[in-house]
Design a binder for this molecule. Structure first.
Ligand code: ADP
Ligand code: MG
Length: 462
């Protein structure tokens, strides 16, 4: 039994990185071999999980090559296990006591939430670029930024969960990563994980498909800090919401810090179940609103500095005035200006900024033609362009048609009769009516506002 496992280890050692071998295989030993079933002792459940997920097929293949008969391998947790330095023992009827504590075992909520040792297999998914240092504080985000800093200094204590909300491009993701990076700076062993609600959903679906729900839960429940971006993505996904609810509760119970971002206030997330919404509301809620001109200018200076470029006050003000609120867009424009100056070997001055902005606006508007708006809107609502052009008045068709007309009116220079003509010969009064109706709905109904924004974004991106 021992020699089989030892030979297996020798083979595996040749195939994987030494640090991985030392971490994952050194503390293992065979505990029994019954009728072709080889049981390998591992120090804790985390080893069992990692070996199963990452190395089981390698182990199985190696054993198949070494042995004449079919050997089926399984793992057994023997707490304490063996330290990497300890040579395998002959008959480990009683598990030897490890000279060092085994990593990642936690049963009781510990006084500090960072008692667990660093887990080598584990990914934080943090972007090191997004830190508090590079985040410009203005009146629009001051409260959210302060809340994030408070949470970073005392994770899990006062503001749990912290819920950030605001429109796209206003710095939510930046702040979420900043929290993670800041906590890791002070507690390098903390288990911090950033992910989007979309990734959570994908992970869940994959785990269900592969019948690996156990390991799915094991991936989230031992975390110290969970940062979940764009939680509105869970809207309408009941199974994912249910699983997120359990994940949330199990972390919350152990005072693990949870930070969530969304594009709107919890109460306005109508397709998220009530029990989750009320969890979100139970902590601290902080909003981020669009930046004022001064903040936008300050952000431009900071970003230029990070690219080791200088821009003048008037260029910064000019760029900031021309981008309404989305900071991602503002950053994109600045990058264009910098790139353009460098390609053309020209000074980064007002004349250059004006030229670049002109192209930028043209680029953005290039896709807004009536046929393209109709095509995009139709496919968004799972309809045919012909439906939008038809005279059918059922709600499923008339609302998408009105939305498409609204976008045409807002985003193209076409006249009312021209829009009506392209929508299957409708009267210009129909276009006026549609525009008015949707303009009102967009103000009153967040769902409609979001739908319109999404369609516009799809068109912009081509
Ligand atoms: P959101 O997640 O809210 O859509 P992001 O966090 O992705 O927005 O921000 C978009 C871009 O704008 C990022 O590159 C981010 O670094 C930058 N940004 C947003 N707010 C600020 C800020 N206050 N200071 C510096 N950069 C910012
Ligand atoms: Mg984001």
């Amino acid at each position: 039994m021992n020699s089989l496992w030892n030979s297996c280890l020798q083979e595996i050692e040749k195939k994987i990185l030494p640090e991985n071998f030392n971490t994952w295989f050194s503390p293992t030993f065979p505990s029994s071999n019954d009728q072709g079933r080889l049981t390998i002792a591992v120090p804790n459940r985390f080893y069992e999980k990692c070996l199963t997920e990452n190395y089981l097929s390698l182990i199985q293949d190696t054993l198949d090559n070494l042995s004449q008969e079919k050997v089926e391998v399984r793992f057994e947790v023997i707490p304490g296990g063996l330290s990497p330095q300890t040579p395998p023992v002959q008959t480990p009827a009683v598990a030897p006591v490890a000279p060092q504590p085994a990593p990642t075992q936690q049963k009781e909520p510990s006084p500090s939430i960072f008692m667990q040792a660093r887990n080598p297999a584990y990914q934080t998914c943090l972007n090191p670029k997004y830190k508090f240092d590079s985040f410009v504080v203005g009146p629009n985000n001051q409260f959210a930024q302060a809340a994030c800093q408070a949470v970073s200094s005392n994770p899990g204590l006062n503001y749990n969960p912290l819920f950030l909300y605001g429109a796209v491009g206003l710095g939510k993701t930046h702040l979420l990563h900043s929290v993670g990076n800041e906590i890791l700076k002070a507690h390098p062993d903390a288990r911090v994980r950033y992910l989007s609600a979309e990734n959570f959903t994908v992970d869940l679906i994959e785990s269900i498909k592969r019948d690996q729900m156990h390991s799915f839960r094991e991936r989230y429940r031992p975390l110290d800090v969970l940062l979940v971006d764009d939680i509105q993505f869970l809207g309408g996904k009941e199974r994912t919401q249910e699983e997120f609810f359990y994940t949330f509760n199990s972390l919350y119970e152990y005072h693990k810090q949870i930070v969530i971002s969304a594009d709107r206030y919890p109460k306005d997330m109508h397709d998220i179940e009530e029990r989750l919404r009320s969890r979100f509301e139970s902590g601290l809620i902080a909003d981020i609103i669009p930046p004022d001109l001064e903040t936008k200018i300050a952000i431009l200076f900071k970003k230029a500095e990070s690219h080791k470029k200088q821009i003048s006050q008037d260029v910064a003000a000019f760029l900031a005035q021309n981008i309404k609120s989305n900071i991602r867009e503002l950053e994109g424009l600045l990058l264009r200006v910098i790139a353009y100056a460098s390609f053309t070997k020209r000074n980064l001055d007002m004349a250059l900024a004006q030229e670049v902005l002109r192209d930028f606006t043209v680029d953005k508007n290039r896709n807004f033609t009536i046929p393209n708006i109709m095509r995009t809107a139709a496919s968004f609502f799972n309809l045919k362009v012909q439906d939008l052009k038809s005279k059918r008045r059922s709600r499923e068709i008339s609302v998408p048609r009105q939305i498409a007309m609204f976008i045409c009116r807002e985003h193209t220079p076409a006249s009312l009769p021209e829009i009506g003509r392209q929508f299957g010969g409708k009267d210009h009064t129909t276009v006026i009516f549609s525009h008015k109706k949707i303009a009102k709905l967009v103000k009153e109904n967040k769902e409609i506002e979001k739908t319109v924004d999404e369609i516009v974004k799809i068109i912009e991106q081509g």
